[in-house]
Design a protein around this ligand. Structure first.
Ligand SMILES: C[S@@+](CC[C@H](N)C(=O)[O-])C[C@H]1O[C@@H](n2cnc3c(N)ncnc32)[C@H](O)[C@@H]1O
Length: 249
């Protein structure tokens, strides 16, 4: 969808991802052919209304719902879904080999509490996910867009924080992790500025959430540790108060 700028001119939307067409490995291709039809959905179909956004129908039950933005190769998704069988998980990703890898992991571990969504998580949140319907949103190692001229592509911006907060139920959490110091600081500033969110680590001396042991280590964290970069976790809780009138989102 195009966005209308200040002069009324239509600009293409700015995305937090680059969509590379990548080849699937043989195993991934096999998993895709076998399971995508039943486990996967295209965000475009949900946005157009060709298919309803209907997690209870997808999972065959009504359960607390977690949405992960950028599930990558699916290590965290599969591990955390296995650890929480009573919770349903939506893994949103644009990278097909990652989604296919997650299909393989789900089959291996016999997990039925994950649905895969291919496409832009921001559009999905804005247009399909009802307000106050998620117990958690996870954003682990979002693309850092380190060059200054690319910073506008970073996912965690004020509009995103307002949107994410609005889709969380009161008490629900927005959990982010990054190995880029300046992005971690940006996340703090952005989320501290969102009236519907509060930092769950405000009691910590430095205000960062201690790394939760239950968050699996993915290759992004391994590389950061290997290269001597610190990893920051941030967990914000959705407050129950309504935002003041005229607020974003
Ligand atoms: C650096 S990777 C991290 C993957 C994974 N969370 C991990 O920790 O290993 C970031 C991923 O987010 C995905 N991504 C970025 N913006 C997205 C968006 N708006 N919607 C869906 N996926 C997105 C990218 O395709 C990429 O696979």
């Amino acid at each position: 969808m195009a966005e209308v700028g200040t002069a009324g001119v239509q600009h293409p939307p700015i995305h937090s991802f680059v969509h590379h067409r990548s080849r699937l490995t043989e195993g991934q291709q096999h998993a895709w052919e076998r399971w995508w039809q039943t486990r996967g959905r295209d965000v475009e179909d949900l946005l157009s209304g060709a298919e309803p956004f209907d997690p209870p129908a997808w999972f065959g039950r009504t359960a607390p719902l977690v949405l992960e933005i950028g599930s990558g190769m699916g290590e965290s998704t599969a591990a955390l879904a296995a650890a929480a069988p009573d919770v349903d998980h939506l893994a949103v990703e644009v990278f097909e080999p990652g989604l296919a890898q997650l299909l393989m992991r789900l089959a291996e571990a016999d997990l039925t509490n994950v649905a895969l969504l291919r496409g832009d998580a921001v559009a999905l949140l804005r247009q399909c996910v009802p307000p106050a319907s998620l117990i958690a949103i996870r954003v682990f190692f979002p693309d850092p867009w380190p060059k200054r001229r690319h910073r506008k592509r970073r996912l965690v911006q004020p509009d995103f924080a307002a949107l994410a907060a609005s889709r969380l139920e009161p008490g629900g959490t927005l959990h982010m992790a990054t190995d880029w110091d300046d992005y971690a600081v940006q996340m703090r500033e952005v989320c501290d500025g969102e009236p519907l969110l509060e930092n769950t680590a405000s009691g910590e001396p430095d205000g960062w959430t201690p790394r939760p042991e239950w968050r699996p280590v993915t290759k992004f964290e391994q590389r950061a540790v290997h290269e001597g970069r610190a990893v920051h976790d941030l967990v914000y809780r959705r407050l129950s108060t309504e935002p003041p009138s005229g607020h974003r989102a």
